[in-house]
Design a binder for this molecule. Structure first.
Ligand SMILES: *Cc1c(COP(=O)(O)O)cnc(C)c1O
Length: 407
């Protein structure tokens, strides 16, 4: 210790100067407390939180004091994003997960055990179906896949041991809109879980219709900038407490930076979803009139099987996702993607701010048996567009130019 200057009352800086370089470095990076809070939420990129002592630990653990202990169990950036999504979904609480698939795992692991039964839509996000298949084969959970367009079929599949019913609000890649009130009426007491990734709470709020839980791949619209892997579940406090216990125990929790980015993305969600929906409707109408296109799947078009349900349940827009079949079939896919590579890139995700293309038969639904895939309406010449918020005039002229050159 160096002698303190008696005129100085700044004990801290004198102590710091006395530290060895190793300690200065190892304990560095801090700033003094200040009274001007940041205008934007800080990132809590920390593994753990310091405690004043054992009493403090006990107070935080018991909930007497609001605090955090270890990021796998909780972090302010998790809490901020989960609370905002829960509020948007009209849910009591929310929980974040490392990805959309993490959210699916957390829901299943927290609400099912061996010999329980699940009723699920037949057309689901590919990995969700695969995960259910895995639970069936390896963990003794029974699953019945049913046509989600037929609520009676879902209802008829319910048994004494049915613990969950799983559907997507807007299905991938044919954009079928589930008649959720009819499904909920048909399955009775069975809690209905909805993947609301494609619709977002800006267009559809499953909990308002009686769903028990909602989840999202926040990697898609909620973040909306194509730079995050994140999942989120919303529901009542009891269900979310169970989900949080599993995310912590099984290590499914998110990372604070992803939550911080997604919170930033969420700020513009209503603007992005509204614009993407408007743009998608214009693109769908354009495609419907193009000679190189044989069929368009967009629930905002009167030609779509879900048009009536969409008019009733999605009055603010049918979303940004459009699929279409090429007149040339699979033979048209490669040339189309090659011609659009500089403008509307092939990107096997969705809900980026820019418009992107995907090929369901070769990406999201590749794992399916090809005959079964075709039987379910996912043809080899089906192309999926995620319409962004780039200029719809540009998108249409780029698509037009590429489609006009197809054989
Ligand atoms: C992407 C997606 C998922 C999986 O989410 P990840 O964040 O990729 O794990 C689940 N459901 C739907 C509808 C999706 O589009």
């Amino acid at each position: 210790m160096t002698d303190r200057d008696p005129a100085s009352d700044d004990a801290t800086s004198t102590d710091e100067v006395s530290l060895h370089d190793e300690s200065l470095c190892a304990r560095g990076g801090w700033f003094d407390e200040f009274t001007t809070p940041p205008s934007n939420p800080p990132l809590y990129q920390t593994t753990a939180f310091d405690l004043h002592g054992v009493e403090h630990l006990e107070a935080v653990t018991s909930g007497a004091e609001h605090g955090y202990i270890y990021t796998r169990d909780g972090n302010p950036n998790h809490a901020a994003f989960a609370a905002d999504v829960a509020a948007l979904e009209h849910a009591e609480a929310g929980a974040v997960c490392a990805s959309g698939m993490g959210a699916v795992s957390a829901i299943f692991l927290s609400h099912l055990k061996t010999a329980d039964h699940v009723v699920a839509g037949r057309i689901l996000y590919g990995r969700t179906s695969q995960q259910l298949g895995e639970l069936q084969k390896r963990f003794g959970i029974e699953v019945t896949f049913c046509d989600a367009n037929s609520p009676e079929t879902l209802g008829a599949a319910v048994r004494d041991n049915t613990k969950l019913c799983l559907v997507e609000s807007v299905s991938n890649p044919l954009m079928e809109v589930v008649d959720l009130p009819a499904v909920i009426a048909a399955v009775g007491e069975v809690p209905v879980v909805v993947d609301n990734t494609f619709a977002t709470p800006c267009l559809f709020r499953p909990i308002d219709h009686g769903a028990a839980m909602v989840f999202h791949s926040a990697s898609k619209y909620l973040n909306g900038h194509g730079d995050v892997m994140l999942g989120v579940v919303a529901g009542n406090s009891h269900a979310i407490t169970k989900v949080r216990r599993i995310t912590s125990l099984f290590g499914l929790n998110a990372n604070p930076f992803e939550c911080w980015l997604a919170s930033r993305g969420l700020r513009t969600l209503p603007l992005r979803v509204r614009q993407a929906s408007q743009n998608a409707l214009a693109v769908a109408k354009f495609l419907e009139g193009h000679a190189a296109v044989s069929r368009v799947y967009y629930p905002g078009l009167s030609s779509h099987a879900s048009f009536g349900i969409a008019q009733r349940l999605l009055p603010h827009g049918a979303g940004g996702m459009v699929s279409f079949e090429l007149q040339a079939g699979e033979a048209g896919v490669r040339p189309l993607f090659r011609r659009l590579v500089e403008t509307i890139p092939f990107s096997p995700t969705l809900a980026d701010v820019r418009t992107t293309l995907s090929w369901p038969a070769g990406t999201s639904h590749k794992f399916m048996d090809p005959d079964e895939r075709r039987a379910r309406g996912i043809s080899d010449g089906l192309v999926r567009l995620s319409v962004g918020i780039d200029s719809v005039d540009d998108v249409i002229s780029e698509l037009d130019a590429a489609l006009n050159q197809l054989p």
